[in-house]
Unconditional design. Structure first.
Length: 297
């Protein structure tokens, strides 16, 4: 009976139009999608494979713009690549409170070679519904797990709260491909997901994890002083000119932004900021981005 109803709904949906429903609308800015049980067509750029079972897609770089597309065990199309924008039709549903598209009807590659930039989050923000199925990045997150947990997880904390990193997308526990060191800071990129009553961050491969102290994209000659900032002013200099400088508080809210600096040294007045720890994000004109913690006293 369920199959019959599905085909009836499918017939109606296909006859209605090829109108796209945005992922933002599918997510509905709530824990449970308002499109539960409905067949829709949406589109997004593939940011990750989930084994051979499906893809994670994203149609924006703001909250509520990620979606898991599930085809079935080993049934995901093999012609789809990372960076492909796909248009996909299927049924929207909740699987243990994870919003996804299943019972896939059609998949079409619209364009290739697209780039999705990870959203910079604090470790505490990883535990928020709005980032479900989105590509994110945490920086200077300390490994607070003395050893691997029961299901291959490790816990990390940048000072804002604990985020759990899991090996679902990349089996880093096989042959010890990655063994984070207790007490060491890491920059970690990955997909936020939800399972077994816990939000998790899934790195996709070895390129998504790196010790903060050996960040390959580091800005040469970067100097940030004083830190802690005790006189209300922080001085920043480097070998390259700056394009923008932003400051975020530890819940991810942007509290300072300047751009079009076109100089390799500058000073920032932070006297209006409350005492505490902040994340300083610096981008140079040649595209290098570094993040650092600063303490305002």
């Amino acid at each position: 009976m369920k199959t019959t109803l599905l085909f009836i709904a499918l017939f109606i949906a296909m006859g209605a139009s090829a109108q796209l429903t945005t992922i933002y609308d599918i997510q509905g800015q709530t824990d449970v999608t308002p499109y539960d049980g409905q067949i829709v067509t949406t589109s997004g750029v593939v940011t990750s494979f989930v084994r051979a079972d499906g893809f994670v897609i994203q149609d924006g770089e703001t909250p509520w713009n990620g979606l898991y597309v599930y085809y079935g065990a080993g049934l995901a199309p093999t012609n789809v690549q990372l960076g492909d924008e796909i248009e996909v039709m299927g049924e929207i549903g909740e699987y243990y409170e994870l919003t996804q598209m299943l019972n896939i009807v059609s998949t079409e590659v619209v364009s290739t070679g697209n780039t999705v930039n990870p959203i910079l989050l604090t470790t505490q923000q990883v535990n928020q519904e709005q980032y479900e199925s989105m590509l994110v990045r945490v920086t200077a997150a300390e490994c607070v797990s003395a050893e691997v947990m029961e299901y291959g997880e490790y816990e990390f904390n940048d000072g804002s709260g604990v985020a759990t990193v899991d090996d679902k997308l990349w089996s880093y526990n096989i042959d010890d491909a990655w063994v984070p060191v207790f007490g060491t800071d890491y920059n970690i990129t990955g997909i936020v997901s939800y399972s077994f009553d816990l939000y998790r961050l899934y790195p996709r491969d070895i390129n998504d994890v790196i010790e903060s102290s050996v960040e390959t994209n580091k800005i040469e000659g970067l100097s940030i002083y004083p830190n802690p900032v005790s006189n209300g002013v922080v001085y920043i200099s480097a070998n390259s000119d700056f394009a923008s400088i932003k400051i975020y508080n530890m819940v991810g809210q942007q509290v300072y932004k300047t751009q079009n600096i076109d100089e390799n040294q500058t000073s920032i007045n932070v006297s209006n900021l409350s005492q505490g720890v902040y994340i300083l994000k610096i981008e140079t004109i040649n595209g290098k981005i570094n993040t650092h913690k600063i303490t305002v006293k």
